[in-house]
Design a protein. Structure first.
Length: 255
């Protein structure tokens, strides 16, 4: 299977402090990837590099075997949707905010057509915010705003979804629902990459895991192979017993 995104010896530093160190990885379509690691491991920086918000200081990034820096902003927005760790909310209604996800596809008139409106409606329905369509985003709770951001990314209808802590502010039900939606998107052919702090969500839903620490890849693979007691103690400095979910057989991380 051809790589959707490929990083080759990518390095990035803030000032003299290296955050990503000679990192190479391959991301394929139809998979849900989890990125984990302690604070300051370089997880958010990795997503910003894959979104072209930051440029590698060394190495190269490819999207569909084409250099990422060869895409203009409009074309890139048709390929990659990004949910940052901290989103900005304009004084818009929920529907207007979700419609922003369609702007890369507008015609010269700059107006949504019926197809755009239908896509937005579907995105609001699957994220369970359809009843909030006419509410101002500024009046919503943190969890509701997070779901608006997710709906906007879904409305973009891209083949790559980059998500930095998409379950922040969500209650348990919506954390699980969000991961189920991302898993479903991956099964439709989308490449989903999410930074998540809840290791059990990663273990339960992700197809593949990247573990970062101090900008370097510590381990990668399927959750069953990655989330060992030894790795959890080495990277997160917490001792955990070796446990598995009684129904799925996937790892369960309980300190």
């Amino acid at each position: 299977m051809v790589d959707k995104i490929r990083l080759v010896n990518v390095t990035y530093s803030y000032g003299k402090t290296p955050v990503i160190k000679s990192l190479s990885l391959q991301l394929k379509p139809s998979l849900f990837y989890g990125v984990v690691g302690p604070n300051g491991a370089g997880k958010s920086t990795l997503l910003k590099l894959m979104d072209s918000y930051l440029k590698p200081q060394e190495g190269a990034i490819f999207l569909d075997d084409r250099p990422l820096d060869s895409y203009n902003l409009r074309d890139l927005a048709r390929e990659i949707a990004m949910i940052p760790q901290h989103s900005h909310y304009f004084p818009f209604t929920v529907k207007e905010m979700v419609l922003l996800g369609r702007t890369p596809f507008y015609t010269r008139l700059g107006q949504p057509n019926e197809a755009d409106l239908e896509i937005v409606k579907e995105a609001m329905e699957v994220t369970e915010i359809g009843h909030l369509a006419n509410r101002l985003v500024s009046d919503l709770s943190g969890g509701e705003r997070q779901r608006v951001t997710l709906a906007r990314a879904f409305a973009q209808r891209t083949q790559v979804l980059l998500l930095d802590e998409p379950t922040t502010h969500l209650d348990l039900e919506h954390q699980v629902n969000t991961c189920r939606l991302l898993k479903a998107r991956s099964e439709e052919g989308v490449t989903c990459i999410a930074v998540l702090h809840d290791l059990n969500l990663v273990a339960g839903f992700c197809d593949y895991v990247f573990v970062l620490d101090q900008g370097a890849m510590v381990k990668k693979g399927v959750p069953e192979d990655v989330f060992t007691s030894e790795l959890i103690e080495e990277v997160f400095h917490v001792s955990v017993p070796k446990l598995h979910h009684p129904l799925t057989g996937r790892p369960v991380i309980v300190p």
